[in-house]
Structure formats: structure tokens, C-alpha cells
Design a protein around this ligand. Structure first.
Ligand code: PLP
Length: 484
């Protein structure tokens, strides 16, 4: 008995009382406020990672430490080392989000811990998840019989879609080598990973050539499908990018949709970066045809400014998604009979996951409390900032640009007065990154080193873009003066 009482006393530490809760919250809120109040001036990158090792020097033990000590560790070892994706001056790769309202959604989801996997367990949580999916589907222009799932990110969303496409096309593993899918060199590597994980990595994945704007050449796609058919292959899938990670190029979705439908191919669109730009008028023409996809991936932790951990997959015909992922084989034949309300399918029947974070709340709360307009405006603003940067950098002597931006990524490079442009641009990007005031990244297009400026953080406004222009100009001058 004594033992149980002693254990109870220790176990009760897991349940702080209201006073203790307030103290804990005060510490956390005060740190978060400090963080947010200083974000305008904190470096966007700190390449010295030596401090982060203190985490390992202080391993987890039976003894507790004070919350303030834990927060200090966070401040010194985590939040001031490496890349800061919450900064408006972060213009590299694909910038991150982190809107405050989502943090509050996560807080409530963790405190109430509703079971969002199964309708029976939490009809309300599942309805929230499904209403977020419905909103995304409607925004894209998908029909009522579409369904989807909130995932941890774009990679798992792509995997979910590829598995669904594989099953819907009755892909025969025995004839693996005859199945041909089509995409471009610019496709995100999570598609290759998805093929591998889905067990079809040995099938044919054709990389269709791209045009001068890095978009899939749809005529080349038609020709390749025709010649593959002639050769006895089975064309089954085309994967288009609605905004490549590399340059932001959008494949000609409407033309590809025509070709897919004429040839009976599943049409998957990876819109992890670009798909949600469908929310703003500036992207309507470039994204035309996205609504014809059989499956679509979007990433709210990119293009809705959410903190990391939320992607989404939408499948045009919900029955396909259900058939691939519903848990019980008995359900397969009679999806419509077994589910009381077809609009409230359980996430567990539409994805590989069962128990999962109630991730719908971190999207639903900001969308409801702020309304959708600020999101639409922010997306319009990002596209217009990219166009603004494109026009401005063209006017600075020595710079040349890639194609006019389809969305919010601009590619460009500096041609030095003498010497190798590749070497110069590598030095330019590394010097800018080390300086830590802005962060841009580089890539290769047609074998050339090019710089890329990606505008997607909700904190990036015209002042940040002007500062990037100023730093680029200054750094080029400095490097040219030092005999580069
Ligand atoms: C980011 C990205 C992915 C992968 O998404 P994660 O959320 O990082 O898993 C897939 N495709 C494209 C085009 C992306 O930009």
C-alpha cells in the first residue's frame, strides 16, 4: 500500500495544478514573446553549430530540471543555430511558416487530445479534419466525391497518392517492368522515394524533357507514351509538378490532363509547393488544369504558412483512396453501406496511419479565426514580390535571370567581369549565407550554377525583398573588388 502511495505521489507530478500550470505557461509565453519580438533582427543563419552539442552533454536523466533551464537550452542550442525558417529574410529552398494561431491550435489539440483517427471516437475532430480537406478540395476545384487526408507533409502525401494510383490502376507486380510512368527530371525526389516504398521502384519511370522554362514538354510526353505502347509497355501514370522545388516551374497541367485522359493514365499533381496558390487570382492561369488531377498533393506547412507537420493529399474519387487504405477487407465491397455518412469518412480509412496528431485543428483554427482572406492576400503578395524582385534584379548590372516566375521563386545569377560564373555565384551565395542577414540558396539549371530566391514566408514583405536586393548588390561589389 505504502509503495502505491509513494508511486502515486511521483506519478501525480504528471498533473500540475492550476498555479503550477500558470507558472509553466508564463515561462513558455515569455520565451515565445521574446522570440517573436526579436525576430526582425535575429540572424537567419548561424553556421556555427558547436553550441547545439550541449544537448548531448546534458542527457535525459531521472532527475528533473527547471523549465527555465530547459528553455535556456532551447534558446542556446536549438533556436540560435542553423537555419531560421521563421524569419522573413529566409528566402532559401522552400521557406517555412509558423503562424501563431496554429501554435494555439496545437496547444489545444495536445491538451484535449481528441482521437482524430476514427469518426466514432471523435466525430467532431474528424469533422474538423474533413472540413479542412473539403475546403482545400473546393478551393482547387475538385468534385464532391473527392476525399483526402491530412498528412505529416508532402512526402507522405505523395506516397499515399502513388499507392492509391498503383492500386486503382491494378498494377500487376508480376509485370512490373512493363509499367511506365512519366515525369520530368525536375520532379521532387519524394516521388522516387514513393515508388521505392510502394514496391514499384523497378518499374519504368520516364523523365520527359523540359522546355526552356523547366516545364514538361507535353509533345514529348505524347510521343513517349505512343512509342512505349508500341513497344508493349503499359503506360499508367503521369506525375506533373505544380511548382517545382527547384525553380518554381509549373508543368502545362491542362495539356498533360488531356494526354492522360486520352491515354487512360492516372494524373497525379505534386503541388506541395505551388498547389495552394490556387487560392489567389495571380496563379489561376498558370495552374489551369490542376482541378483535373486524379490525385493532388499540397503542403499547408509551406503554402498556408503553417508550422512544419502538415501536408495533404486529395483523391478525385474517394473510393480509390478508401480501397487502398481502409483497415478491414470486409469494408471493401460496400464502402457506402458501412459508413453512416459518406462525408465523414475516418482518416484511419484513408491513410496508412491509425492513431495520429489532431492536425486538423492547427489549420482549422487560423482559417476560422482569421478568415481565408489574409491567406489569399499573403499568397498574392508573395507572387507579386517575386515579380518585383525579377524586374529589379534584371536592372542591376551584371545580373541575368531565368524565366519569368510562374509562382514565387526567381532564378538568377551574376556574370562576373572575368572568370567562371559558376565559381563566382557559389562564392556569392556562400558569402551571403555566412553573413546571416538574408538567406538565399543555389541550384543547377542546364548544368549552370544559378541562385534562387524563394518567397513564401508570411513575414517576407517588400522591405525584406529590398534588403535582399541591397545585400546582393553590395556583396557582388565586394567580391568583384577583391579580384573575386
Ligand atoms: C517540399 C516538397 C515535397 C516534399 O514535401 P515535405 O513536406 O518536405 O515532405 C514534395 N514535392 C514538392 C514539389 C515539394 O516542394
Amino acid at each position: 500500500m505504502c509503495d502505491i502511495n509513494r508511486l502515486e505521489n511521483q506519478a501525480r507530478l504528471l498533473e500540475p495544478n492550476e498555479t503550477e500550470r500558470s507558472q509553466l505557461i508564463d515561462c513558455v509565453v515569455s520565451y515565445a514573446n521574446d522570440y517573436l519580438n526579436n525576430i526582425k533582427n535575429t540572424p537567419v543563419y548561424n553556421h556555427n553549430n558547436s553550441k547545439s552539442s550541449s544537448i548531448q552533454d546534458l542527457p535525459i536523466r531521472d532527475e528533473a530540471i527547471n523549465i527555465n533551464d530547459a528553455i535556456s537550452l532551447l534558446r542556446d542550442c536549438v533556436d540560435s543555430v542553423g537555419i531560421n525558417p521563421t524569419s522573413g529574410r529566409f528566402l532559401g529552398y522552400i521557406p517555412g511558416g509558423g503562424i501563431f494561431h496554429s501554435a494555439l491550435g496545437d496547444y489545444l489539440a495536445a491538451v484535449t487530445n481528441r482521437y482524430a483517427g476514427v469518426f466514432f471516437a471523435s466525430p467532431g475532430a474528424v469533422r474538423i479534419e474533413n472540413s479542412v480537406i473539403r475546403w482545400i478540395a473546393n478551393s482547387i476545384g475538385f468534385p464532391e466525391q473527392s476525399a483526402g487526408n491530412l498528412t505529416s507533409g508532402g512526402s507522405i502525401a505523395n506516397l499515399t497518392a502513388i499507392v492509391c494510383a498503383r492500386d486503382a490502376c491494378r498494377f500487376s507486380i508480376r509485370e512490373l517492368h512493363r509499367y511506365a510512368a512519366y515525369t520530368t527530371e525536375q520532379v521532387h525526389h519524394s516521388i522516387n522515394k514513393a515508388f521505392h516504398v510502394a514496391g514499384i521502384g523497378q518499374s519504368v519511370l520516364r523523365k520527359i524533357p523540359v522546355d526552356s522554362c523547366c516545364r514538361m514538354d507535353s509533345h514529348a510526353l505524347s510521343r513517349q507514351i505512343a512509342s512505349d505502347k508500341k513497344a508493349g509497355l503499359i503506360p499508367w501514370l503521369v506525375v506533373a509538378s505544380a511548382g517545382t522545388t527547384n525553380s518554381g516551374a509549373v508543368d502545362p497541367l491542362n495539356d498533360i490532363a488531356d494526354i492522360a485522359s486520352a491515354n487512360g493514365l492516372w494524373f497525379h499533381v505534386d503541388g506541395a509547393y505551388g498547389g495552394l496558390f490556387k487560392l489567389c487570382p495571380e496563379a489561376q492561369s498558370v495552374l489551369k488544369g490542376i482541378e483535373r488531377a486524379d490525385s493532388l498533393v499540397v503542403d499547408p506547412h509551406k503554402t498556408l504558412f503553417l508550422p512544419y507537420g502538415t501536408g495533404a493529399v486529395i483523391v478525385r474519387d474517394r473510393e480509390h483512396l478508401f480501397r487502398s487504405f481502409s483497415a478491414s477487407a470486409d469494408y471493401m465491397e460496400s464502402i457506402l453501406d458501412d459508413v453512416d455518412d459518406i462525408n465523414e469518412l475516418s482518416p484511419a480509412d484513408l491513410s496508412p496511419e491509425l492513431t495520429r496528431h489532431f492536425r486538423g485543428l492547427r489549420i482549422w483554427l487560423p482559417l476560422k479565426v482569421l478568415g481565408t482572406q489574409p491567406f489569399r492576400s499573403a499568397l498574392s503578395e508573395k507572387i507579386r514580390l517575386a515579380r518585383y524582385f525579377y524586374e529589379k534584379i534584371l536592372k542591376i548590372e551584371g545580373f541575368e535571370t531565368g524565366p519569368y516566375p510562374d509562382l514565387s521563386i526567381v532564378t538568377f545569377r551574376y556574370i562576373p567581369k572575368s572568370g567562371s560564373a559558376d565559381k563566382f555565384n557559389k562564392r556569392l551565395v556562400s558569402s551571403i549565407q555566412k553573413n546571416g542577414r538574408i538567406f538565399i540558396s543555389s541550384t543547377r539549371i542546364n548544368a549552370n550554377v544559378v541562385l534562387r530566391l524563394a518567397i513564401l514566408c508570411f513575414r517576407t514583405h517588400i522591405a525584406e525583398v529590398d534588403e535582399a536586393l541591397e545585400i546582393l548588390t553590395k556583396t557582388v561589389k565586394k567580391l568583384e573588388a577583391s579580384g573575386n
